[in-house]
Design a protein around this ligand. Sequence first.
Ligand SMILES: *[C@@H]1O[C@H](CO)[C@@H](O)[C@H](O)[C@H]1NC(C)=O
Ligand SMILES: *[C@@H]1O[C@H](CO)[C@@H](O)[C@H](O)[C@H]1NC(C)=O
Length: 694
Amino acid sequence: AVSTFWIANPHNNLINCAAAGSEETGFWFVLHHVPTGPSAGMYSPGYSEHVPMGKFSNNRAHSNYRAGMIIDNGVKTTPASAKDKRPILTLISGRYSPHKDADPLKPREPAIIERFIAYKNQDHGAWLRGGDVWLDDCQFADNGIGLTLASGGTFPHDDGSKQEIKNSLFVGESGNLGTETTDNEIWGPGGLDHRGRTLPIGPDFPIRGIQFYDGPINVQNCTFRKFAALDGRHTSALAFRLNNAWQSCPNNNVTDIHFEDVPITSRVFFGEPGPWFNDLDMDGDKTSVFHDVDGSVSEYPGSYLIKEDNWLIKHPDCIDVPDWRGSICSGHFAQIYIQAYKPANLKMKIIKNDYHNHPLYLEGALSKSTHYQQYQPVVTLRKGYTIHWDKTAPEELAIWLINFNKNDWIQVGFCYPKGTTFSILSDIHNRLLKKTYKTGTFYRTSQMEKLEHRYPSKGYYYWDEDTGLLFLKLKAQNEKDKFAFCSVKGCERIRIKAVIPKMAGVSDCEAVAYPKYTETPIVEVPMPKKLSSAQLQKTKDHLLEVKIETYKKQYFHLKDDFAYIEVDGVRFFLTDEGIQLVVIDGHHGKVVDRVTFKNSILQGIPAQIENYVNNIKDHSIVLLTSKGRFISRGPWTKVLEKLGAEEGFRLKEKVAFVGFKGSFRPVWVKLVTNEDSAKIYQALPIPVVKKMKL
Ligand SMILES: *[C@@H]1O[C@H](CO)[C@@H](O)[C@H](O)[C@H]1NC(C)=O
Ligand SMILES: *[C@@H]1O[C@H](CO)[C@@H](O)[C@H](O)[C@H]1NC(C)=O
């Protein structure tokens, strides 16, 4: 832990200092639980973890091997002993949460970091973990990762605190190119101009400005400049912690974000399997989310940006942004933490009843050696879910309601073997005072509707023994402070103790739970309207919203089909049976043509379509929808390959397609084909630009 400034007592003033070229970290706040060395005995235990920070202003950190600045960790302040053989001053975990008089029961006093500059640090500009750690007027450039704000992994250590950064600048790749040397392995092309430059960490490292981790955090009035991905390097202004096992707080929010020289495709990246991201299958990787309060990132004010395949929080109107591997959604979200005891080594499968074909698998955040495991999905409120296991269900579960406001609820069916009996209670756990008290008992009911009823000390559960699902309505009973994870009274929990018959087998009820408990997906919170071009920042690139749908009308005696293509709110209906194409100029995003090829019983789709597609100008987006039967046959389907469809597809009756005519294949080319309905909602970057190769 070599560092230029090693700060054991945060209550020091650091003003106008520079830290450069350290083997590890420029400024490192490493917490000593009790003072060591000449200060031994001067402060009570826990002082350094809670004391407000002195003035930290106008400092600079550059060219450090690991980070410009770190607030995290502590050191062991006791000598080696038989019980703990680690020597004194070994790096251990430590959490900073500044409070008045270093007393965690007194009001918070945010640590203010102002006018800090961090550049060319290999790994991080700054990694700051704690309670209220706030940055103002800072600048980050040419770091691997500009800034990570961390709160505590599963729980913010200081519940009710938040971290924020405002009025700050992040530069991905500045004009400071560095010097090429013969043994330099991290010299390579820069994103925007493709000139050679020194790179952090490695040539394909996904450079990022701010990295979301656990939260809650707020990013406000920040500018991101010169973040541009290459084909082979997933640079982005905003991103998520790599290989993340921990929780993602849906209250992470951003406002007033500005982009300069950041292609719209590089604003955010949710990750994909590959170098640095590995399999992208850790629990936190799958649940990443943040709130785009004013639409300054996504152009949809009030939206939530989520990973594209997170069906626990998706709804039918969410709009995918394939370049970000993300989706723009709306809704009310919170989290549940499910702690499983006996055994604690299971894989959990959680299913939202309205998308039961898209389960989410979680393996838990904690190391395998703990006596319990914790699963931490982000959930849509006021929805039904079921939970299943890859072995016999755990004998004990504790379900924590996290970020639930009073009266927020979800309904969950937990899978258990036939013959299981239950004892279920609710309690409140105060994490600061480490106190727990029981609040109620749950009784069995034979009517599902009775789950609604909840009295101060009484609730109901419904045990559907045929499907093996134990139903509970999880509803928050108490108010919650704005940034707190738990209620003002403490964390509300439901605890289930199950007596499970021996040799019970795998507790996976999915096959019998659906369609019995299938719900129809609905849009509870309407999608925000996309900002108009007049409202957008005057950057030349923007998103183009395209919607394509075709389905059988179910409610009319006419067995008619319904099909349309919509481009930025303008809808083109397909009235005749056949194929409709809408052609959009890939440079400026304007619709340039729309044409229908009628299907005839005798000839099918006319061969002219081939000619038509051949004559479409290069660099065009081509949208296609179908209507009627027998569309899927005939030679016309070849044109889809010309427009980027993978070879070997087999069309079904309904077809929705987003294609591109040009010299490359954008990631957003997509073909959806089904018997009953096909649908694509996407936002495409305009202008369409080919990424340069690494
Ligand atoms: C936004 O941040 C910039 C510094 O990057 C500052 O000059 C400006 O005053 C800030 N705007 C507001 C509204 O605070
Ligand atoms: C965003 O976060 C900030 C600070 O964390 C908070 O003051 C603000 O109310 C939040 N906005 C929304 C819409 O949640």
